[in-house]
Design a protein around this ligand. Sequence first.
Ligand SMILES: Nc1ncnc2c1ncn2[C@@H]1O[C@H](COP(=O)(O)OP(=O)(O)OP(=O)(O)O)[C@@H](O)[C@H]1O
Ligand SMILES: CC(=O)N[C@H]1[C@@H]2OC[C@@H](O2)[C@@H](O)[C@@H]1O[C@H](C)C(=O)O
Length: 394
Amino acid sequence: MNSNLQQLFAIAQKKEKMILGLMSGTSLDGLDVALCRFFGSGMQTRFKLLQFETIAYNDFFKEEIRQVFSKKTVDLEKLILLNAYIGNLHGELVLQCLKKWQVKTASVDLVASHGQTIYHAPKHQHQQNEYSNATLQIGDGDHVAVKTGIITLSDFRQKHIAAGGEGAPLALYGDVILGSKKGENRLLLNLGGIANFTFLPADASFSRIISTDVGPGNTLIDAACRQYFDLPFDEDAKIALSGEVNEELLSALKAHPFFGAALPKSTGPELFNLEFVEKALQKTSTNQINPADLVATLTVFTAQIIADGILQNFPVNNLKVFVSGGGARNPLLIQLLQKLLPKSSIQNSAALGLSADAKEAVLFALLANEAVAGEPIVINQNPAVLMGKFSFPR
Ligand SMILES: Nc1ncnc2c1ncn2[C@@H]1O[C@H](COP(=O)(O)OP(=O)(O)OP(=O)(O)O)[C@@H](O)[C@H]1O
Ligand SMILES: CC(=O)N[C@H]1[C@@H]2OC[C@@H](O2)[C@@H](O)[C@@H]1O[C@H](C)C(=O)O
């Protein structure tokens, strides 16, 4: 047998696996690196987060990604250069983290690399009949594997699409495994660039579990802060708290058909961007809005569409909401959600033993653990597949 396969075979049989999850999200803030130890697989999985770090991207790199990120037309050469560059960079950042944590490369069994989403195009968004759902993440896994010397799984979303899904959200699989509790109606809400949630019913019935994107998380707030304040985000909601909500604009933003569409669904900054805001400004003749009022309105809009998405689909009492992602640090967003969901308790996902910042990187590590040691899990109509492509260092 080829030695790569031999090594993989041995890893698959190990009771405990050290897996390093990498996530670079739609906020383009940096690379999340989570070193996890996994025991078992499937619903029997237990895990421990050993180390976590977000390594901020520098301005040059952010600008480079923005040239190809969620744009219909891009410089093809730039896209191709970035595919190798990001893979290599992520590999280098892994080595830096391991050095800092004093963890030997040889003790890490697998790297699970999400890569950088460049364009997400579910059919409901691209609306071209002859084409299926589609998505593209770059930062090729071969570069990560060769750079780190660790077997790497990457490109997790294609299998989901091939099996009939939209390629997102994949949080479903991790949320069911790590977040379910019989006797509690739970909702795991991730406030990243895009907001998504997984509803986990108290009867633990797989037939009622739903995982879906619900609309923008931080992406519109971030975009307005960049455009009008030259800031990457609204730290501690200071700007929003200084502004006033424009009700007319708020209604126009909420009128988008995405919010009324059936669950599950996925979306991205290809739809929810400044152009989307611009259209609502024009429709309501509010183009001259004070920028702080715009940020205030976008923050309330974000909270309302999330709360509506929850209330309209899961009108249950005592829903326990566990929040993760950078938006969990936005005090206004959390306060608004609690006000809009008076029958629910809102807690940080850390209460589940799932660090709010690390959750998505842990999710991909878990998907890699499943890919080597698990079996596909059937949850409703969701693709019952194991995801991730293998790259070997040699
Ligand atoms: N102190 C804070 N106050 C307000 N917002 C914050 C704060 N800290 C982080 N954020 C928000 O969190 C964002 C980063 O979130 P996160 O890292 O979860 O996004 P991501 O992983 O890129 O997103 P996605 O899940 O869509 O891929 C920032 O861009 C900002 O909007
Ligand atoms: C295509 C893509 O990268 N989607 C991301 C994005 O960020 C949040 C939301 O939109 C979610 O659908 C997804 O990521 C998480 C990790 C997921 O698949 O569950």
